[in-house]
Design a binder for this molecule. Structure first.
Ligand code: HEM
Length: 162
């Protein structure tokens, strides 16, 4: 029963995380560029981006923890992460998700704090931070495609379809 609930939390958190990732890449980044051009960016950077980032980074943590809990409770944590037999599908998805979590907390969030002025930074530091955060975010968008493929294929492997 707790596995069922945990799996459900994992999926909800994953949708929240990756949904916001796609929002950043497909909506906010191009939207902000247009808003900067006509001087209307301030509202987005002050009211929207910090809220979106809050949900984004914590949804990433909940996704990872609930995924890891599932594997641990099922007794397949090690097998998944060392890509053993049928656990390899989920394992690849879990590895990709782990790299994505690293990108969120080590590359995207600390650099976004500089860009949004939540910590002090010079204009030059801000420009560099924006570039690093953007590249990490683009990387995560690309990684999300195989990650989701292996995550759903891993589920099918569990019921013996692969
Ligand atoms: C990167 C973000 C992630 C997203 C968006 C995500 C999404 C999903 C989805 C949609 C499912 C359901 C698949 C289906 O029903 O066909 C799932 C299942 C699962 N995920 Fe993830 N996941 C992510 C990361 C992770 C990580 C990092 C781990 C492990 C540390 C993990 C472990 C699992 C497990 C154990 C299942 C259940 C598999 C089964 O029922 O056989 N996930 N995930």
């Amino acid at each position: 029963m707790d596995l069922l609930l945990d799996r459900w939390i994992h999926i909800l958190a994953g949708v929240t995380w990756v949904g916001l990732l796609y929002y950043f890449n497909f909506v906010q980044v191009p939207g902000l560029a247009a808003a900067k051009a006509d001087g209307t960016a301030a509202g987005i950077t002050k009211h929207i981006a910090p809220r979106a980032l809050l949900w984004f980074r914590w949804a990433a943590v909940v996704t990872w923890l609930s995924g890891a809990y599932y594997l641990a409770r099922a007794g397949t944590f090690m097998d998944a992460f060392i890509l053993q037999g049928p656990h390899a599908y989920l394992g690849i998805g879990a590895w990709l998700g782990t790299i994505m979590l690293f990108n969120v907390w080590v590359l995207i969030w600390p650099n976004q704090k500089k860009v949004l002025g939540l910590v002090d930074a010079t204009d030059q530091e801000k420009a560099k931070a924006a570039r690093t955060a953007l590249l990490a975010s683009r990387t995560n968008t690309a990684l999300s495609i195989p990650m989701l493929f292996f995550m759903v294929t891993g589920s099918l492997a569990h019921v013996g379809m692969f």
